[in-house]
Design a protein around this ligand. Structure first.
Ligand code: DQA
Length: 143
């Protein structure tokens, strides 16, 4: 199996960005943990973060050609705005899990709407960095 982890805008700031909401764990910590777990299971994993919508779209399009089997994505602020990022995922036809560190249903009302949830295999929201680990575990169980 070949897993792609996508992190959207501002997630490069994890650890210092509103830690009361998003936690102390850095993106590097999250990626390191995911890479270790995947490698222990003999599974290839790639991680990608960008603050630019088009770069996220380009990376998702690349997943159609690089033998990616499953995507785990936190679209961050683009969750609530980006038809284009949704379209990119739909174009790949690859299964994906949507992850949010915070509980998007317990915050401002504009965060409740997601352009991704109805086409995701599943959604994990509010479990902090652990949400990524749980998503990866789900994927590894299926392989
Ligand atoms: C987020 C929730 C979004 O509403 C927010 O814009 C983010 C992060 C989360 O992981 O909790 O940037 O996706």
């Amino acid at each position: 199996a070949n897993i792609l982890i996508i992190h959207g805008p501002n997630l490069n700031l994890l650890g210092m960005r509103e830690p009361a909401i998003y936690g102390q764990t850095t993106l590097e910590d999250i990626n390191r943990n995911l890479i270790r777990t995947a490698q222990a299971a003999g599974v290839k994993i790639n991680t990608f973060q960008s603050n630019a919508e088009y770069q996220l779209i380009d990376r998702i399009q690349e997943a159609m050609r690089d033998a990616t089997d499953f995507i785990i994505i936190n679209p961050a602020g683009l969750t609530h705005t980006s038809v284009a990022l949704r379209d990119a995922l739909a174009a790949t036809k690859l299964p994906f899990i949507e992850v949010h560190l915070s509980n998007i249903y317990a915050r401002e009302s504009f965060r409740r709407a997601s352009y991704f949830s109805d086409i995701a295999v599943g959604v994990i929201s509010g479990l902090g960095a652990e949400g990524y680990t749980l998503a990866l575990q789900y994927v590894l169980t299926g392989k």
